[in-house]
Design a protein around this ligand. Sequence first.
Ligand code: SAM
Length: 252
Amino acid sequence: MTVFSEIVLAGDCRELMPARGPFNMILADPPYGDTSLAWDRRVGGWLPLARAALKPTGSLWVFGSLRCFMATADRFADAGFQIAQEVIWEKQNGTGFHADRFKRVHELAVQFYPAETPWREIYNDVQTTPDATARTVRRKQRPPHTWRIDAGHYVSQDGGARLMRSVIYVRNCHGRSIHPTEKPSALLEILIRTSCPEGGLVGDWFAGSGSAGEACRLSGRRYIGCEIDPDMAERANARITSVLPFNDGDLS
Ligand SMILES: C[S@@+](CC[C@H](N)C(=O)[O-])C[C@H]1O[C@@H](n2cnc3c(N)ncnc32)[C@H](O)[C@@H]1O
C-alpha cells in the first residue's frame, strides 16, 4: 500500500493552502526580496495563515537571508511564532552580486513554532551523523547560560551517532535544476525528518520545483505543495511523480 499522495497546487498559497491543513510541518521558501529582480518580491500575509494551518505540535521552517529575516522579524512575532533554531546550508558555489563583499555560498533555514506550545511538545527528531568519537559527558548542573535547557549526560562510541551539525554542506542543483533557486532535496529531507513524523503531512507553501515533494516521497511523509507559476507547478508534479513511490512493503 502506498502511504502518501502528493500534489503541487497551482495558485497563491494564501488562498489554496490554509484549507489543506492541519500540517505537521510547513516548509516555506518564499522570494527573499533582497534584489530588484521582478520575481524577487516579498509576499505578505501568509504567516498568520500558516500559523493557523499548523498543528499545535508542528513547526515552520523558512528559508531566507539574514537581511530578509531582520526586515520581517515582527511579522513572525505578530503571527504567534517563536524562533527555535537555524541551520546554515553551505553550498559549493553561489551568487556574487557585489564584488566588494564575500561570495555568498550559504542560505539560512530558520525553524519557528507556535508561541503557546512549549518547545518540548514540538515534534523534533534530532538528526545524527555516524561519526562520533568515544567519550562520556556528564553535566551535573545545567549550564547557567542555557536557561531552560536541562542538564546533559551522554555516552558516545567511535563511529556512533553524533548530533548533526547546524552547518550542513550539500551541493546545490546548478546544471540540473528545473528552478533558478531550487533547494536540494537531500537538504530538505534532513529538515523533514527532523520536524515531521513518518506519515505526517508537510505543506510546502512556495514549492518551486517540488524538491520537497521528492524528499517527502523518499522519506515516507505526505506532501502538498503550492506554486503560483502554473508551468512550474506542472513541472514540479511531473518531477515528484517520477520518483519511485515509497511503499509499506519496502520496509520488510
Ligand atoms: C524561492 S522559490 C522556491 C524554490 C523551491 N524551494 C525549490 O526548491 O524549487 C519561491 C517560489 O515561490 C513562488 N511564489 C511566489 N509567490 C507565491 C505565492 N503567493 N504562492 C505560491 N507560490 C508563490 C515563486 O513562483 C517561486 O517559484
